[in-house]
Each structure stands twice: as C-alpha cells, then as structure tokens.
Unconditional design. Structure first.
Lengths: 314, 319
C-alpha cells in the first residue's frame, strides 16, 4: 500500500518513476470503482434482459434487445407469496410511511435541538445523552414490547371501530410504522439539530427576546430560516433510513398488502413458485433502490454530511 | 455551558407585577421544557422502559406469548450452555461464532480498505469528484437490495462462477454462498462493499483536516512518503479510527437484514448472527424468553462499546 503511495524513493526524482506511480494509483482506483459499480451494473443490465438471454448469455454483457417488460411486470404483476399484484402497492405503502415519519421526526428534532441549545436547563446534557444513546441500541431489545403494545392498540382500535365507526388509525400498519420510526428516529434528528444550533449565535436569540419575541416566534422567524442545510441533511438521512428499514417493517407489517417495499422485495425474491424470473427480481430491486439512489445522486453532498454527523456523535 | 440558560431566564420580565403576567411569564419559562417533554418521555418509555420490559421477559418462561411470572435465569442458562455446544453447533454457538468472524473481518477490512482508498484519493487525483460518489453510493441502498444484488452475483449457477466459465476459466469454483462453512464470508464481502466507501469518506475528511505545514516540515526533514504516512499521518488520524470503529461495530452488531436477504439464513441457519437468532427464536420458534435474553446480550455488548465513547465525547464537549 505504501509502495503505491510513495514515489519510488524520493531520491528517484525521475519523471518516469512518477508517471509509473500515477499509473498504478489510477489503475487501483479504477479497479475499485469497478468493484463498487459491478453489482449495480449487473442488476441494471439483468433487469432489461429476457429470461432466455439470462440463461444463455453472459451476466456482464449488455442486453441484446433491451426490454422494459421485466420492469412493467415488477411494477404491476410480480408475485409476493401468493398475491400477484406487483410492487406498486408496496411502493406506495413505503411512501405513505416515509413522508409523515420524516416530517414529524425532523420537526421534533428541530424543536428539541432548539430547546437543548438556546433554552438550556439543569440536566440538559443528561437529557441529550439519554436521547443520543437511543440511536445506538439494537432495536431487537425493544422489538417485542413494541409488538405487544401495537397489538393491544390494534385491539383497542377494533373496539373503537365497533363503538364509534372510526378507529383513529389504531391498528393501521402504516400509522404504526410512522409512530415507530418517529420514536426511534428522534435521537438522530435531535442530535443533528442540536449540533447545528450549538454553533448558531445565541446573541441573535437574546436580542429577539429583548425585543419581546416569544419562544415560537424566535423558532419560526430566526432559527428555521437559517436551518436549511441541516433540514436537508436530516430529511435525507431519515428518508434513507426509514425507506431502507427492514427489521421494524418485517416485525410489524411483515405480510399481506400492508408490507413496505423492503419486506415485499424480500418476499418477491424468495417466492419459489414456478420459474424464478431473475430479470423481474432485479427490476423489483431497482425499483426499491431508486428513491434513495435518486436522493443520493441529487443531493449526495448532504447525504454524506448526514452520515458524518451521525457518525461523529456528541 | 449553563451560563447561557441562566442569563436567558433573567431576561424574562420578572418586574411585571400584574397577576396575569406572572402566570404568563411562568408559562413562558416552562414552555421550552413542555416542548421537549413529549420527545423525552417517548425516549424514556419506548427506549428505556421497553429495554427493562425485555430484560423482565428474559427472566420469565415466555414462549409464544409473554408471560409475567419470573422463573429465574433459565433463558440465560440455556444460552450459556449453548455457547459451548459446538458439535453439532447450537444455533446460538453458530450465531456468536459468526458474529466474531463477521465483526472482526468486517471492521478490519472496512478500516484497511477505507484508509487505503482515502490515501490514494488524497494524491491530487483528477476525477476525484467522480470516483468518490462511486465508492460511496452503496451506503444509500438498503441491505435488502444489497443482499439481492450480491445473491445474484455470487450464485454459482448464474453469477461470477458461470461468467468466468464462459470466459474459459472452467476450473473456477466459488460456491461460498451455498456452503455452510463459508456462507458467513459472503456476508462479509457484501457488508464491506456497502460500508467501506463511507469509511473512506471519513478518512478522507480526516486527511483533509491535517495541517499541510506538518507534512511539509516532515518532507523537508527527509521523510519518505511511506514514513510520512506511517509516522505522522496515521497517528494523527486516531480520532477517525475511533469514530469509524464505533460506526462499524455498531453496524455489525445490528446487521440483520443483510443475512436475511443475501443468504436467507444460510444452509441450516449457518449464516445467522445474534440478531437473526433473536428474531427467529422470538417470532418463529416461540421461545420468547430466550429471544429476549439474546437481545439483552446484544444490547449489553453495544453498551459496553458505546457508553465509554459517548461519555468521553460529551465530557470533552462540555469542557
């Protein structure tokens, strides 16, 4: 590794050694680029091939006659278990779950960060530390109690339904998942906003207070308009995490037509009735990957910033 | 640190003596806490309360449904016994052995590869703006998609093996994904593929943060590039190593989806990690107490890594 990074001894100032060195570096970088791109490439080309071409052709070759049929089938016909209605319903399940969960957890995180930096009280560090630790717990340690609670709420929802004709969202899988993702996303969103507001000049807040601005006025007029970068980072981070979640989704909405995208994809791929249509499976995987990939391509900088902020805690 | 809050409280108009105003200013003082309260309460109940609940369940004899009669540490005794049951291996033995193999290799390779790529990219590379996002994009994918892609790629009948056969290397044989002794290494490959780019980005940020003067001074003193990195740069990156280790350790212990999507648990559950063990025992094998006990053990492992780290980070910040 070091032999690559170092010119062949700094004494050898010859241009040839330097050129060779550059070639090796670029060669290695290109090799790794291929390593990272390969699975996506294979997934993409496979999703445009016919089954005949997959069985007889080369995995890496481009499709001879690109066809959209696998994508159309994945979207509207593919079987998950015994139900063959395509991914579209599950895609919307995910959307319906992600949007409210991201909005609520981001808003709460912003308020929490605002309080924890500009309205400090005794013990604010402890409160923050306790919320921060929640980011790290293995969710297996809360999975079962949450399942029990959601189960009871669901039964209560049925009672309400019978009594009033309306269940107030209790027992609805999407509502349940929104709730779960908000609760277990709060630690991250609070962390992001807290660290961002920490660097925000407190003098501005104080000046506004002297002028008689209230708690919420300051938040709305001063903090929020200056929070765009961290809002983008938080929204992207939460969107990616919640869209990609599998554990909660499979535990609380693991079957039927309420499944989110990740669970449905796993079921589709493991459905073993009839011939396995790899092209359709790959198209389904691409559909599941596209939303986060698009976010990454459009706002990669913020995506990385979120990962970094989530990594370097405190 | 708390001086800010104290001065702020004094700013609220205490001198206003009208009775309505006192109530209002009292409410004003309380408002921030009221705003924070729901989130904090949710954390107390749904994180800490639920953890206690899981611990409680692990001391009962819950099977399919939770039972609340404490029956002692039977679940832990069983796990302890299974820890040494290697022939034939118990599911728990397989899970924790896999955790050891996966955790060690995953963290080590991600760190090494991440650092290596970061150093390469830091050599004033043209096209860095193109390469960096290519190394990093897998982090945007779900483990399920990663698993599906690699399952296909590593499939002996369809993927890499068949491709190399077509290219003429007919003796090439690679069936790890179907082999119970090697399946966990395919999880390592896919896991490294997904996370190493991110570790690269962390190291690259660290490298960019190093003062150029130090590097120049060392070069003037006649240090070779190799010495420069070994003696100066890598020691300066120590905080990045620590953060990267924490991120990876925590990702490794939480890994669940990847095993499910890539291997469906492997032949005979041979690719299980403790997270898979927990899920299977709790929801499929009706051994809720044992599942809970394994979750508690996972939690304790992460806590042992995270709490000292968080403690030192937060203390440093408040100093």
């Amino acid at each position: 590794m070091s032999a690559v990074a170092s010119p062949a001894g700094q004494a050898a100032s010859g241009a040839r050694a330097r050129t060779l060195n550059r070639i090796v570096i670029y060669g290695l970088l290109a090799l790794f680029a291929i390593f990272y791109l390969m699975p996506l490439f294979v997934m993409l080309v496979t999703s445009f091939k016919t089954m005949d071409e997959i069985q007889n052709g080369n995995m890496l070759s481009l499709p001879h006659a690109p066809t959209f049929a696998p994508w159309i089938k994945a979207w509207s016909e593919v079987c998950s278990g015994l139900t063959c209605v395509g991914m579209k319903g599950y895609f919307w399940n995910s959307i319906k779950m992600v949007l409210p969960a991201v909005l609520i957890s981001t808003l709460l995180g912003a308020l929490n960060g605002y309080v924890l930096t500009k309205w400090r009280f005794r013990g604010h560090t402890l409160v923050f530390a306790m919320m921060l630790f929640a980011c790290f717990i293995p969710f297996q340690s809360v999975l079962l109690p949450m399942a029990t609670i959601l189960g009871s709420l669901g039964r209560f929802g049925v009672t309400l339904q019978n009594a009033t004709g309306f269940n107030f969202g209790l027992g609805n899988s999407t509502v349940n998942l929104v709730f779960v993702h908000v609760v277990y996303g709060l630690g991250f969103t609070t962390l992001f906003f807290r660290n961002y507001y920490e660097a925000f000049p407190t003098e501005l807040v104080k000046a506004a207070q002297v002028d008689g601005a209230s708690f919420f006025q300051i938040f709305r007029r001063i903090m929020l308009p200056n929070s765009l970068p961290i809002i983008v980072v938080t929204v992207i981070y939460q969107f990616t995490n919640i869209w990609n979640d599998f554990l909660f989704a499979s535990a609380y909405a693991g079957s039927g037509d309420v499944m989110p995208m990740t669970v449905a994809l796993n079921n589709v791929v493991n459905t073993s009735t009839g011939v396995v249509e790899y092209n359709v499976n790959m198209a389904a995987a691409m559909i599941a990957a596209l939303p986060t990939l698009i976010v990454y391509v459009v706002a990669g900088r913020y995506f990385v910033r979120g990962l970094m902020a989530g990594a370097v805690k405190g | 640190m708390s001086t800010v809050a104290e001065t702020q409280i004094k700013l609220t108009p205490e001198h206003d003596a009208r009775p309505g105003a006192t109530v209002r200013s009292w409410l004003q003082d309380l408002l921030p806490k009221i705003v924070l309260a729901p989130s904090f309460a949710a954390t107390i109940v749904f994180v800490y309360g639920f953890i206690l609940w899981t611990i409680y369940l692990s001391f009962t004899n819950s099977k399919t449904f939770p039972s609340y009669d404490i029956t002692g540490a039977r679940a832990y005794q069983r796990l302890w016994r299974w820890t040494f049951e290697s022939d034939p291996p118990s599911s728990w033995y397989t899970s924790i052995t896999n955790m050891g193999i996966f955790g060690f290799l995953y963290i080590l390779i991600c760190l090494a590869l991440g650092l290596f790529l970061a150093i390469l990219l830091d050599q004033k590379i043209r096209g860095e703006g193109v390469l960096r996002p290519i190394y990093l994009y897998p982090m945007a994918l779900s483990f399920i998609v990663t698993g599906v892609a690699w399952k296909w790629f590593l499939d002996p009948g369809l993927g890499l093996e068949q491709t190399l056969h077509q290219w003429g290397w007919t003796s090439f044989h690679f069936d790890w994904i179907k082999n119970k002794d090697f399946v966990i290494y395919t999880v390592v490959i896919a896991g490294v593929w997904q996370a190493s780019g991110f570790i690269m980005a962390m190291f690259l940020a660290g490298l960019r943060g190093i003062d150029g003067e130090i590097m120049k001074a060392a070069q003037i003193d006649g240090a070779s590039t190799f010495q420069l990195y070994r003696r100066i740069v890598i020691p300066l990156l120590r905080p990045v190593f620590l953060s990267a280790f924490i991120v990876l350790a925590h990702l490794a212990i939480k890994s669940y989806d990847l095993v499910v999507a890539l291997t469906s648990g492997g032949p005979g559950g041979s690719a299980w990690l403790p997270s898979n063990f927990m899920y299977e025992f709790t929801f499929k094998r009706n051994e809720m107490a044992v599942g809970s006990a394994s979750a508690v053990i996972m939690l304790m492992t992460i806590t042992a890594i995270i709490v000292p780290y968080l403690y030192s980070e937060l203390r440093e910040k408040s100093r």
